[in-house]
Structures are given as C-alpha cells and as structure tokens.
Ligand binder design. Structure first.
Ligand SMILES: CC(C)(COP(=O)(O)OP(=O)(O)OC[C@H]1O[C@@H](n2cnc3c(N)ncnc32)[C@H](O)[C@@H]1OP(=O)(O)O)[C@@H](O)C(=O)NCCC(=O)NCCS
Length: 196
C-alpha cells in the first residue's frame, strides 16, 4: 500500500498531562510492545516525579506517536573516536545532553510496516525534539542529543539516517551489535552539527 507522507502541520503536539491521559489507552505498537507498555504504565508516573516528560503527537485527534525526554550527560571516555573533537576542545569528562528516553510511533504510522497508512512521523518527532534541544541550549548548557537505540527494531539504522553517530569506537559497536544480550547501542547527535 502506498503511504501518505505526513507533514509537520498535520500533527498536534501535547505534553502528557492529567487532562489528556485518556489518549494513551488506544496506542498500539506491536513492533515494540515494551514501548507501548512504558507509555501506558510508566510515562505519567515518571512525569509526576519530574524524572522525564512525555510529548504526544496527535494526528486527527488520534495518538500517532510519542517521545519521552530527560536530561543526560555524554561521557567523553578517553580515545573514543567519534567524540574526540569534544575532548580536544574541553578538558571535561562529560558534556551536557538531552536524552531521548523513549520514542515510538503507533503501528498505523510505522513506515516499515506494510499495512501502515503513513510515513514520516518519526522524522517529524525528531525535528520537534531538536527544537527542544535548540531552545534548551540557549537557556542552559546542552550540546548533544543522546539515546540508546534498540537493535531489535532497527532503530540504530534509523537514527544513523537522521545524523546520529555511535558513542563508542567501531570495534565496540560491532561487538554490541553482534551480542544477543545487548539490546541497545548508545548514540549521539551534535546539536551544532560540527560533528557529523
Ligand atoms: C524508529 C521509528 C520511530 C521510525 O519511525 P517512522 O515514522 O517509521 O520513520 P520515518 O517514516 O520518519 O522514516 C524516516 C526514514 O527512515 C527509514 N526508516 C524508518 N524506520 C527504519 C528502520 N527501522 N530501519 C531502517 N530505516 C528506517 C524510512 O524508510 C525513511 O527513509 P527515507 O527518508 O529514505 O524514506 C519507528 O519505526 C518506531 O516507532 N519503531 C519502534 C520503536 C523504536 O524502535 N523506537 C526507537 C527508539 S529506541
């Protein structure tokens, strides 16, 4: 089935609150049941604790996808090739970051599913996260967006397409991708696009 490419103006973004909590009930992700469960069971609780905030992306009143954000730090381990430009500039052991804790689109919006009707939502969600990061960096220090990309869903390939880099050297990344007991790989995105 050919898919309709979503545009930013097709979507409404709402922060998860007590008043729109009912919207999450119908969210289905068979691609990643763990992320469906997080939204339904933990997102609101984490938000109340100020541990993270969740943003809902609505399409024609339906919850199409969500992202959960929190603060983070990107460690600058000695000799990690992708992060060397930061190590050369600053004598710090880490740099400030915004973390994508969770990000998931509903099945009907998952571009990789044959039966889905739409594509482009993931990219729109990322653009909105980048807006948050740009805003944050003018108010407090924030240089990269970090995430742990799930291997099982191919999320690391998707993040690569967006411009994310692996936070470890090639050898360690290869090892992590090959190991069955590792379910996600750390990645980062330079908000200033100096490292890409
Ligand atoms: C990863 C995810 C958010 C992508 O959302 P999406 O709306 O399907 O992605 P988009 O339509 O914006 O895709 C943008 C591009 O990435 C490609 N892409 C999407 N998912 C991909 C995947 N899993 N592997 C490789 N490429 C992928 C698309 O084909 C598209 O390519 P193009 O620009 O060349 O046409 C979605 O598949 C998802 O929710 N997966 C389950 C949860 C998950 O893994 N979340 C990641 C957080 S760990």
């Amino acid at each position: 089935m050919s898919k309709k490419q979503l545009r930013q103006e097709d979507l409404e973004v709402q922060k998860l609150t007590k008043d729109n909590l009912h919207l999450i009930v119908g969210f289905v992700s068979s691609v990643c049941v763990e992320l469906e469960a997080f939204l339904k069971e933990n997102a609101w609780n984490e938000s109340c604790l100020d541990f993270s905030k969740t943003y809902l992306f609505l399409h024609k009143g339906t919850l199409a996808g969500y992202a959960t954000l929190l603060t983070d730090k990107q460690t600058l381990a000695n000799g990690t090739e992708p992060l060397l430009p930061f190590q050369e500039k600053a004598e710090y052991s880490s740099i400030p970051a915004l973390k994508i804790g969770r990000l998931c689109v509903a099945d009907n919006y998952n571009s990789q599913l044959q039966a889905s009707q739409y594509s482009g939502l993931g990219k729109i969600i990322f653009a909105s996260i980048l807006d948050h990061a740009q805003d944050l960096k003018t108010k407090v220090g924030c240089r990269v967006i970090t995430t742990h990309a799930k291997k099982a869903t191919g999320a690391h390939i998707w993040y690569k397409k967006l411009g994310f880099l692996y936070s470890h050297n090639d050898e360690k990344v290869k090892e992590s991708l090959a190991k069955e007991n590792v379910d996600a790989v750390p990645m980062f995105y330079d908000i200033n696009r100096i490292i890409k």
